[in-house]
Structure formats: structure tokens, C-alpha cells
Design a binder for this molecule. Structure first.
Ligand code: GLY
Ligand code: MN
Ligand code: MN
Length: 458
């Protein structure tokens, strides 16, 4: 993978982290390992996001060590060495020379030497940062390195006595995106929005959920996003009421809605977009009522995506609109003046059971605390997040029949700015009239041959 972030930017990140670590400590971040699917076949490799953020190094079986002011260099990479035979089978490797030349490690060694070299790197450092309790095998290795380092006590060398989760330092930095990664996030959102648009254009009754999924994957891949940020959800009709529906195998029916929650991954960065639209291009009155309610809730939540606001005010803005609307449409019963107590009692929960968004970045549910010292963390310019209210009316819900089996979510990707948020995923329509217009333009009783021609073009 061609690195999307320059080494200049990676160096800047490491410098900030080295500063935060301080001379009395060290930090270790391992790369992801390959996972065997069966025999000689591996699952597609995805680099560990912390490691990728820090190094840009794309290979498995590597470990990065930051040791501020160490005499042999403050940034050491342990990597797989070059090996012509293995490279013939499994692909090119950068090796130790490449780790220095292309990834600017101050020193690089074969991974097989880490047990011998690491205790020395940790010597006389009081605190060690690493991803605590994420991987049993890695926890065990860290303990072994510590034990070896401690065995040198009689030589007057002390070993770390404090272990701290590396996320404490790394994740607040990952949470605030800088311009180079915002450019990649814009691209991930734009190409995914384009793919969503194509699904609206090409959807028609009789297609399967899987065919829409295939179209999404193709459009993402053609625009440079070979991987998805998460498995796409393509849910026709009542399947949309299953929040993590991934079977994507049913046939799409005339008169139903289809919910598509899908986002490509571009140079490691995620998009996470949901659109819900009528399979036949026209909302029924009940579908439109619920859809407009979700859209109003999303707009109320987006209005809270500004510096100084936080996740709870954003969520409550959506919950208030949804609860008031459910009451008006008769899905909840009670008087309008009871709105406050219905919200307090979470009466909306049978229809809206998830939160209104999450941080977005290298991971689709990106790192970063939602609360700091028990208080909701205020939004700041440079933070990126999703806003994704929904309504899910189970087929067996005791509500007016026209609403049963309808699941709707509208999800956009936002960048907090000094003022209004930038909607990264704005290129795909979400207003019901815009959706109907786009679908009508492209679905007009065109002869099948015209439609095929159109499909060939998209
Ligand atoms: N696609 C996962 C989510 O929306 O959070
Ligand atoms: Mn989503
Ligand atoms: Mn999401």
C-alpha cells in the first residue's frame, strides 16, 4: 500500500509522542499479526491502527519502540528481515534497511533479535507504555522482557516499575486529526458517498441485498478503497431492524425500504455512512413520516456538533425529536406534556436503542475517551465523528400496522470546525424529495437496454 501519510507527518507525530513519553520512559507498539484462515490462506491483513499511525510501516510481525534520548536513537523498528525465498512466495519486504531508508527508523533490527535487544533498551527507564491487556501473548512477552531487564539489577541497571496503557498518550493525539489525515478522511467519505449514490441509482425491486453489496464494493474498489471499514449492512424491509445485519442475502421487495450502512477504507481511514431509501424509488406515507422524523433528529444532533458541545447534548437533541415524533405519530402513548418524563424513562428505547454517534478515524469506532474525569469531553475542531440516529419498528411491535417492520438510519461523517461542522459525506442525498428525484431520474420507465447502458456507465 502506498503510504497516504508522508514520513514528514509520521516524524511529527513521533516527536510529539517522544516529548510526552519523557526521558524516563519508553513505549512499545506491536504491528498486527497475520491470522490464518485455513492451511496456507490468511485473512486479509490489516495493520494495527496505533502502529500504522505511528510508523506508516505496512508489514506484519514488526514492533516499534520509542525510547526518548536513547544513545542509539530514539526510534527503533524490529521487522522481518529480507528473505528472497519467502519474498518469492509471500511478497516483498522492506527489511531492516528499508525500515531505516523509507520509514526513518534511527535503528532497525530483525524481529528475532528483540528478546536480546529490548531489555537493554528498557534499562533505567522507570515507566513502560504499551497496549495493556489487548493481546495475551504480547502481555506475556512484555513480562519476559521486564524479567530479563530486572535480572540485570546487580549491574546497577533498573527496569521499569510502572506499566501504563499506551492509549493514554497515543489516543488523544489520534482523536484530533491534522490536515493530512483529514484529506484522507474526506476522500474516504467522498468515494463512499459516491458508491451510496450509485446504489440509489441502480436499486430496483427484485435485486438482492447481495447484488447491492457487490455494487458498493465495486464502486469503492474502483475509486481506490479495496477494503471496507467494516462489513457492509444491506438490509431490505424488516431486516433493517437487526442493527448488525450482515447476511445481505434477501431479495428486495417492491414497497419496502432498504437500509445500507457501508463505508470504504481509504489509506487506512474509515468512512461510515448509512442511507435508507425506497426500493422502488417512492416512499409510502408511513415510511416518509418515520424517515422525516429521523432526518429531523439528525439535523438537531448535527446542530450540536460544534466546539464546546459534547456527546450527551448531541444524543439528547436526537432523542428529544424522536420521542416527540413517536408521540405525535402514535407509536408512543401519552400527552405532549409528558415528553420530559418519557425521555427520562427512555420510553423511546424499543424504537431507538443505540447512541447517536461515535468517533471516526483509522478505526470506524475510533479511539478517544467520550468522557474525561467523569465529564463529557467537549468537541474540538479537528475531531471527526458520525451522527446516526435511527428508528427501528419491529414487525411484531404493538403500533399502528403501517409502521411495523420499518427500520431507518441516516448516518453522516462530520468534522468539527470552529463553526458549522463540515459534512464529509454530503455528496449522497438524504432529503426524501432529493432521493425520490434522483431515483425517478434514473429509473424512469427506461427500456431495459437503456438501463443496462446506464449501469455500464456507473
Ligand atoms: N457501521 C457501524 C456503525 O454505524 O457504528
Ligand atoms: Mn454505520
Ligand atoms: Mn457508525
Amino acid at each position: 500500500m502506498k503510504p497516504g501519510i508522508s514520513q514528514h507527518e509520521h516524524r511529527r507525530r513521533r516527536r510529539a509522542l517522544l516529548e510526552a513519553i519523557g526521558p524516563g520512559a519508553a513505549l512499545i507498539i506491536p504491528a498486527a499479526s497475520e491470522v490464518t484462515r485455513n492451511r496456507d490462506v490468511q485473512y486479509p491483513f490489516r495493520q494495527n491502527s496505533d502502529f500504522l499511525w505511528l510508523t506508516g510501516f505496512p508489514e506484519p510481525y514488526a514492533i516499534a519502540v520509542l525510547v526518548p534520548k536513547h544513545k542509539d536513537g530514539d526510534y527503533v523498528l524490529f521487522v522481518r528481515p529480507r528473505d528472497p525465498e519467502r519474498e518469492t512466495w509471500d511478497g516483498r519486504r522492506y527489511g531492516t534497511e528499508g525500515a531505516i531508508e523509507h520509514f526513518h527508523a534511527k535503528a532497525a533490527h530483525p524481529l528475532s533479535e528483540i528478546d536480546a535487544k529490548l531489555p537493554e533498551l528498557l534499562a533505567s527507564r522507570r515507566r513502560l507504555y504499551y497496549p495493556l491487556a489487548q493481546n495475551d501473548a504480547f502481555d506475556l512477552r512484555v513480562m519476559c522482557w521486564l524479567r530479563t531487564a530486572r535480572a540485570q539489577a546487580r549491574k546497577g541497571i533498573s527496569a521499569p516499575v510502572e506499566l501504563v496503557d499506551s492509549g493514554e498518550l497515543l489516543h488523544p493525539q489520534r482523536l484530533r486529526k491534522r490536515p493530512p489525515e483529514l484529506a484522507l478522511m474526506r476522500k474516504a467519505a467522498q468515494l463512499s458517498a459516491h458508491a451510496h449514490r450509485q446504489l440509489m441509482i441502480n436499486c430496483r425491486p427484485g435485486l438482492t441485498e447481495q447484488q447491492l453489496e457487490a455494487l458498493f464494493l465495486r464502486h469503492c474498489a474502483e475509486q481506490g478503497a479495496r477494503e471496507q471499514a467494516y462489513p457492509p449492512i444491506v438490509a431490505g424491509g424488516a431486516n433493517a431492524c437487526i442493527l448488525h445485519y450482515v447476511e445481505n442475502s434477501a431479495r428486495l421487495r417492491d414497497g419496502d425500504l432498504v437500509l445500507i450502512d457501508a463505508g470504504g477504507e481509504y489509506q487506512g481511514y474509515a468512512a461510515d455512512i448509512t442511507r435508507t431509501f425506497p426500493v422502488n424509488g417512492r416512499f409510502s406515507p408511513a415510511q416518509r413520516e418515520l424517515y422525516e422524523l429521523v432526518l429531523e433528529a439528525q439535523q438537531a444532533a448535527i446542530a450540536k456538533a460544534r466546539p464546546g458541545e459534547h456527546w450527551e447534548s448531541l444524543h439528547q437533541a436526537a432523542v428529544r425529536v424522536l420521542t416527540r415524533g413517536l408521540l405525535r405519530l402514535g407509536l408512543l402513548t401519552g400527552a405532549e406534556q409528558n415528553l420530559k418524563s418519557l425521555i427520562k424513562d427512555e420510553a423511546y428505547k424499543p424504537f431507538y436503542m443505540h447512541r447517536t454517534g461515535h468517533w471516526l478515524g483509522l478505526d470506524v469506532h475510533d479511539v478517544g475517551d467520550y468522557k474525561v474525569k467523569d465529564r463529557w469531553r467537549p468537541f474540538e475542531p479537528g475531531m471527526t465523528l458520525t451522527v446516526e440516529p435511527g428508528l427501528y419498528v419491529a414487525p411484531e411491535a404493538e403500533v399502528p400496522p403501517a409502521y411495523r417492520g420499518i427500520g431507518i438510519r441516516i448516518e453522516d461523517d462530520l468534522l468539527i470546525t470552529d463553526d458549522q461542522p463540515e459534512i464529509l459525506s454530503r455528496d449522497v442525498p438524504k432529503h426524501p424529495d432529493e432521493i425520490e428525484t434522483l431515483m425517478a431520474e434514473t429509473h424512469t420507465n427506461a427500456a431495459p437496454s437503456t438501463r443496462r447502458e446506464h449501469n455500464a456507465r456507473v
